[in-house]
Design a protein around this ligand. Structure first.
Ligand SMILES: [Zn+2]
Length: 331
C-alpha cells in the first residue's frame, strides 16, 4: 500500500534535506493535477483536505478521490492529511475516513478564529495525539498564529512562535510535526511588499528541536504571472503578494519538511478558466475549461516539486503502513 503515514514522508525528507509539498484538494481536477505532477516528477506527496473541503465534498467524495489517486499511482508514497483540524472530533472523523495524518490547530480555539492560550493548545493537541497514535496516524500541531484568513480559519493576527516554548510543547503533546509561525500568512493578500520571514526564529527553533520536522503554512508564492492572467481576463485581484520561492528554499535547510500550498493552485485554476470564458464565450462544456485548468495546476505543481527538492525521491524507501507506526508508537 503506497498510502503512508505522513511521519514517514517527513522522516525521509529530513534524511534527504528536502521538503514535501502539501497540496489542498477539493475536487477531481485538482486531485488529478496534484497526483499527475507527483507522478511526472516522481515525488512523495501530501494531499490535504481542510474542513471546508470535506464539507464541500460531503466527506466520502473527497476520500474516494484521494484513494483513486493512490490506486492509480502505486509507486508514489502518499499521505492523506487533515488540514487545520479544530477538535478531537474533527480528527476522529478524518481518521475514520482513512486519513493517515491529521493536523490539530490548537493555536486557535474550536471556532478556528480566536487565538487560544498555551494550556488549551497543549491539552487539545495531546488528546488528538493519544487517539491518532493508537491508530498509527501522524499528528501535526501548531504553535504561534499565522496572518490572513483562509477557509474561515485564522485569527488574522501574526504571533510569531516563541522558540522557548517548542521543546516543552513537543514533549508534553507528543506531536510528530510542528507548524510554526515565522511571518507567513494564509490567502492571496499576504503582504503589501516582499515579506521578511523570521529566519532567526526558525533557526532557533531548529536548534532546540534538532531533526524535528517543521511545517510552513500560508506559503503560496502568489506568482505575478498567475495574478496577471486572472486580471487580464476580467479578474480583480490588485496587489496580491505571497512568499517568494527563494525564501521557502532558505527555510528548508533550517528544518522545514512540509510546505502548504493552496492559494497558488486556486489562482492557476481560476486564470485558466477565465481565459477560456473570455476567448471562447461560445463554449459551455465544463470539460472545455476544466481540462486547461487541470493542466495549469499540474504545471504549477511540477515546478513546486522541483523547487522544494521533492522531485526524484518517490522511490527512495519502502512505504510503511499505519500498522507499522501503530507498533512503533506503542513501543
Ligand atoms: Zn494553514
Amino acid at each position: 500500500m503506497p498510502l503512508v503515514p505522513m511521519k514517514q514522508l517527513l522522516e525521509e525528507a529530513t534524511k534527504g534535506n528536502y521538503a514535501v509539498g502539501a497540496y489542498n484538494v477539493n475536487n477531481m481536477e485538482q486531485m488529478q493535477a496534484i497526483i499527475w505532477a507527483a507522478k511526472e516528477t516522481q515525488s512523495p506527496l501530501i494531499i490535504q483536505a481542510s474542513r471546508g473541503a470535506l464539507k464541500y465534498s460531503s466527506l466520502v467524495y473527497l476520500k474516494h478521490l484521494m484513494l483513486a489517486a493512490v490506486e492509480e499511482n502505486p509507486e508514489i508514497p502518499v499521505a492523506m492529511h487533515l488540514d487545520h483540524g479544530n477538535s478531537l472530533e474533527s480528527a476522529k472523523t478524518a481518521i475514520g475516513l482513512g486519513f493517515t495524518s491529521v493536523m490539530i490547530d490548537g493555536s486557535l480555539e474550536e471556532d478556528g478564529k480566536t487565538a487560544s492560550d498555551y494550556e488549551y493548545n497543549v491539552k487539545v493537541t495531546k488528546s488528538v495525539v493519544e487517539y491518532a497514535h493508537a491508530n498509527g496516524v501522524t499528528v501535526e500541531g501548531e504553535l504561534g498564529t499565522l496572518g490572513g484568513i483562509e477557509d474561515g480559519v485564522g485569527s488574522g493576527q501574526i504571533h510569531v512562535t516563541d522558540p522557548a516554548q517548542v521543546q516543552d510543547f513537543v514533549e508534553k503533546t507528543g506531536v510528530d510535526a510542528l507548524a510554526v509561525a515565522i511571518g507567513t500568512s494564509h490567502g492571496a493578500y499576504k503582504f503589501k511588499e516582499e515579506p521578511k520571514l523570521a529566519f532567526d526564529v526558525l533557526a532557533e527553533i531548529g536548534k532546540r528541536l534538532p531533526g524535528f520536522p517543521l511545517v510552513m503554512h500560508g506559503s503560496s508564492s502568489v506568482p505575478e504571472e498567475l495574478v496577471a492572467i486572472v486580471n487580464k481576463y476580467g479578474g480583480n485581484m490588485p496587489n496580491a503578494k505571497g512568499v517568494p520561492m527563494k525564501a521557502i528554499q532558505q527555510a528548508i535547510p533550517l528544518g522545514v519538511r512540509k510546505v502548504n500550498v493552496d492559494t497558488d493552485s486556486r489562482l492557476a485554476m481560476t486564470g485558466a478558466i477565465r481565459k477560456v470564458f473570455v476567448e471562447t464565450p461560445e463554449k459551455f462544456d465544463p470539460r472545455d475549461y476544466l481540462k486547461p485548468a487541470r493542466e495549469a495546476v499540474k504545471q504549477l505543481l511540477v515546478g513546486k516539486m522541483k523547487d522544494f527538492g521533492t522531485a526524484g525521491h518517490a522511490g527512495d524507501y519502502k512505504p510503511k503502513s499505519l500498522e507499522d507506526y501503530k507498533k512503533l508508537y506503542a513501543g
